[in-house]
Ligand binder design. Structure first.
Ligand code: TXE
Length: 495
């Protein structure tokens, strides 16, 4: 067992808190039972600190604080809530570099990615919903004969926001921003694997003057704190992003209590490359779609279907591109692929690489454990490309959520659509073609919540975000999120 004294060895370029605390009623505090979990630095494998392993007692405490804060927060005008959230976004902006360094340190992703993607997006999430709430309107229905109906959209009360480790602050704020903007108070639970930026964020909430109890943050594992949070009778809605199996467990607790649920779950996303695509751009962007954030994004395209006339040319160019991606120290500006998030996740990814071999796959590049100098204990795996795997084998059906993709050829549009739709998932797909008619036709046929045509992960925060089949229930983003976090009430007047 390594001890936190060894943190000197890591030397992060910021002041690293070693003992994280919960944030309840505007105060930092340890878990009531004083239990902790260890925190690891994925790039070195060293333990660097601890987080509280909260329990049902902390949930009770946090929910009570959120309940006390609710009436005043809900009664504020939209302008006042918006102003409070915009102040928070400004404080985040002033701390962008700290948050980016912390995100990279805790998650293993290249710091330039955290600096240009994760943290700017986390700030945008707050600003987007802080201003969206100023533009909402509620419907009225003139029923004739002196009868008027109108719809009030009222906040739900206390809601739970549970987020994963792959895009830690990005996804945490994506959930809490619409919840707060709509007038709810929140008990948030970030992933126990990457809690650092949520902890720093709680300090920023205090600095920005967010009223106590409006946002409470509990740390700890899903079993110890996630389960009692979801099941707490005063939690009116659960917004969750994470694995499909966890989503099913959460639904089994929340559904019998008739809670609202928004579940954003796994994916096994198809990338459809047609012979008439813009070849060079497609190779580059398909590699980005496959391996961004070490392949740990629910939107990554991991099944790459290529029309047969260009299959060999594409394979050659794609493998060359992937092999050129530099794997290494997340601090370096030229690092494309950092460390995987945890030892357990590295083992999961490696077990799928073994499985792909066992299922008859031909490894075209990568798939090795790397040990960059000075980071020998880190969780690095070079990006792996397989071919020759049956579309229905486990490697092509199960979510790996790491730097492993498969290539396979197809002959017709219908065959490509059939393969693309062949998994239990339906989150995101991308289509690469210069034939606009085909692009629209294929987009309609794909069983997917999101289809990108000649692009990947271009996000407009107003659009509905989420998946079909085992990829989830409900949609996030724009009005969808504000509707989720409000209860419509019909008022009918006869005059
Ligand atoms: O996620 P979990 P894990 C997929 C990916 C990954 C797999 C497992 O395939 O390999 O899921 O990852 C909290 N009640 N995705 O185990 O467990 C947990 O503490 C309430 C896809 O890390 O789903 C964390 O805060 N909460 C994905 C959050 O749920 C519970 C992103 C997510 O953790 C809970 C991450 C419970 N019973 C993983 N159990 C995506 N869709 O982007 C756990 N949690």
């Amino acid at each position: 067992m390594q001890t936190s004294q060894q943190t000197d060895w890591i030397k992060p370029p910021f002041s690293l808190p070693q003992t994280l605390e919960n944030f309840i009623d505007g105060q930092h505090q340890p878990a009531l039972k004083a239990q902790t979990l260890d925190l690891y630095h994925p790039a070195s494998g060293r333990q660097y600190g601890t987080l509280p392993e909260s329990t049902a007692a902390d949930v009770q405490f946090a929910v009570e604080a959120a309940q006390r804060a609710f009436p005043a927060w809900a009664a504020l005008t939209a302008q006042a809530r918006s102003a409070a959230m915009l102040r928070l976004a400004d404080v985040m902006e002033a701390n962008l570099e700290l948050l980016a360094q912390a995100e990279s340190f805790d998650n293993g992703k290249p710091v330039h990615v955290a600096r240009t993607v994760d943290i700017p997006r986390a700030i945008s999430n707050i600003r987007f919903f802080a201003t969206a709430i100023l533009h909402t309107s509620q419907e009225a229905h003139d029923s004739g004969n002196g009868v008027l109906n109108y719809t009030l959209r009222q906040p739900l009360g206390v809601v739970a926001c549970i987020s994963p480790w792959n895009l830690p602050l990005y996804l945490f704020t994506w959930k809490i921003a619409p919840a707060l903007a709509a007038g709810n108070t929140v008990v948030g639970k970030p992933s126990e694997i990457t809690p650092l930026t949520a902890y720093l964020f709680s300090g920023l909430c205090r600095e920005a003057g967010l009223p106590p109890g409006v946002l409470n943050i509990l740390h700890g594992s899903g079993a110890s704190v996630g389960t009692p949070l979801v099941g707490h009778p005063q939690i009116k809605a659960v917004s969750f992003t994470g694995g499909t199996a966890t989503g099913a467990r959460i639904a089994s607790i929340a559904a019998p209590q008739f809670k609202k649920m928004s579940l954003e779950l796994g994916g096994k996303n198809p990338t459809l490359v047609f012979a008439d695509c813009d070849f060079d751009t497609t190779v580059k962007e398909v590699a980005r779609a496959a391996f961004s954030n070490q392949g740990q994004i629910c939107l990554c395209g991991s099944r790459i279907l290529v029309e047969r006339p260009i299959y060999e040319r594409f394979r050659e160019a794609f493998v060359a591109r992937v092999a050129s991606l530099k794997v290494g120290d997340p601090q370096h500006a030229d690092t494309a692929i950092g460390a995987l998030v945890s030892k357990a996740h590295q083992e999961k990814v490696l077990s799928y690489i073994e499985l792909a071999h066992a299922e008859g796959g031909n490894l075209l590049c990568g798939g090795e454990v790397l040990q960059p100098e000075g980071l020998e204990g880190g969780y690095f795996v070079s990006p792996a490309v397989f071919e020759g795997l049956d579309p229905w084998c486990r490697s092509n059906q199960e979510e790996i959520f790491g730097p492993v993709v498969t290539l396979f050829p197809f002959d017709t549009d219908d065959e490509a659509i059939h393969y693309a739709n062949s998994t239990q998932y339906g989150l995101a797909a991308s289509v690469w073609t210069s034939n606009l008619g085909r692009a629209h036709r294929v987009a309609r046929e794909l069983e997917s919540g999101i289809v990108w045509i000649n692009c990947w992960m271009l996000r407009d925060l107003r659009t509905p975000f989420g998946g079909v089949k085992s990829s989830g229930v409900g949609r996030e983003g724009g009005w969808e999120a504000l509707r989720f976090f409000t209860e419509p009430k019909n008022v009918c007047i006869q005059f």
